[in-house]
Design a protein around this ligand. Sequence first.
Ligand code: ATP
Length: 554
Amino acid sequence: MKLLAFLLSRSRGLLVLATFAGIVSGASSSALVSVINNALTQDTFRSGKTLATFGGILVLFVTSRLASQYVLNHLNQGALLELRMRLSRRVLTSTLRQLEETGMHRLQTLLTDDIPAVSNSLSLLPTIAISAATLIGCLAYLATLSPIIFVFMIGFIIVGGLIYRLPVRLSLKYFQQSRAQSDILNKAFRSLMEGIKELKLHAPRRTAFLSQGVEVPAKELRRLMRVSSNILSTNASWTSFLFFAFLGLLLFSVTRLTDVSATTLTSCTLIILYLQQPLDLLLGSLNVLGRGNIALERLQQLDPQGWNAKENDSPSYEGTPPRFERLELRGVTHTYFRENDDTRFVLGPINLTFQRGELVFLVGGNGSGKTTFGKLLTGLYAPDAGEVWLNGERVTDANREQYRQQFTAVFSDFHLFDNLFGLDPSDRGARVREYLSRLQLDHKVRISEEGTLSTTSLSQGQRKRLALLTAYLEERSFYLFDEWAADQDPAFKEIFYNQLLPDLKAQGKTVLVISHDNRFFQVADRLLVLESGRLVDSSPAIGLELPERHRNAS
Ligand SMILES: Nc1ncnc2c1ncn2[C@@H]1O[C@H](COP(=O)(O)OP(=O)(O)OP(=O)(O)O)[C@@H](O)[C@H]1O
């Protein structure tokens, strides 16, 4: 079972210890039953010595049970922490394309549904260990009291267990289907959050979205989970029925055929009744374990090769990137396949060189591939074909992480963290203040010594300025701005194009600006034009002969 293998891979020693303590607890629980039974049936047994034995076993029972639970709880919580961290690391070490194809909604289901499902099943392990040990101990005691009733009991457990398993499998099938439905529902929830303004402004859209977008998958999820749970409830009731039917059969029929005394029968009945609880717990846990297993499989599917790898896949790169001199793209391409409509978009092949200290503009119509080019250039996408060379060294999978450290980028869908993670603002206090003032944010935002921003609740243009501040502090060699100035007022556009960009160039930075602002193209050394994924012009410097169709783009 995957769950057990997962726990075993984490700490075999502790698992053995917990199981041993569980067995001791189960055995002492059975011993308690035997003492109680003897005290009930034999007068000579009710002595002070027996009381002391009873007390001793009781202490052993409680302490071993506690030890088993503590160790397993420790293991479970550790396993959960590891799952959360692994999933986060997997996200950070997966390629951007893999994540885009997986879909954020699916990652959300993994975090919000699947990890708790694994957690639920792991938290059952102490109960399972103790119940199993109690069951085995009581059965052993039953065997000493009446071998024939023991054989009947074993027969009942085997037949009952087999009958129980079939509906559990069916229930798990429905549960598995419900996971795909959860993905769809989480996608709808994301739309609900991100599209709240559009939904509030348009009543018919809101009504249709609620009934088709949310209610349909939510109802389907309800149906699947209801069927799955009803199968289990029916199964549990059916098993209780079987249990008492077995007891009835034992008391009223079997004992007539065999020679069992009334005292033995009373003792056996006491034990069998005592066994009902561990049996119920064990059978009930089959389903929870099955659900945990399905959830763990889904988590592992995110990266089947890498999941079991040892933790040598730290997502951070600590080295110092080499000084940037020259970047060359030789015939690089990137293709998006759209399975739904069987079409594709091909960027490239692109042949291009960037030198240190160049200021280059990239223009092109909507959907021409500018942002895709930005992702390819910065190493967020690996090229499908062609080669990238940095300072005369070829970029491969092995050094792409290092290659990415040359770049800082503000994409049009940038994310603003509320802390300058990975940057030490105390080292850069004077520069932070200078940049805040240059970006006209000094009256709005303060940055604490720990790097926390006093607020990120700003206008979109101001948020972009804060993203630019972060980019400045990163002090990388190559800057990429994807339509950065689109949200800026005219006065700040002037500052951006006529002061900030030339300043970066003067510092020896290479800058690629994706822009539609043709009023400012003269500040560029070079203008690149993309059309339907093809680089149709890379005119050298000034004069900037922009093809007719792009002239009035801004
Ligand atoms: N994650 C993706 N999966 C599949 N196709 C994509 C993806 N991202 C972009 N595309 C497709 O690739 C093409 C280029 O998109 P891209 O975002 O690079 O264009 P762009 O020039 O930056 O456009 P805009 O000026 O509108 O921002 C588009 O046709 C788009 O449909």
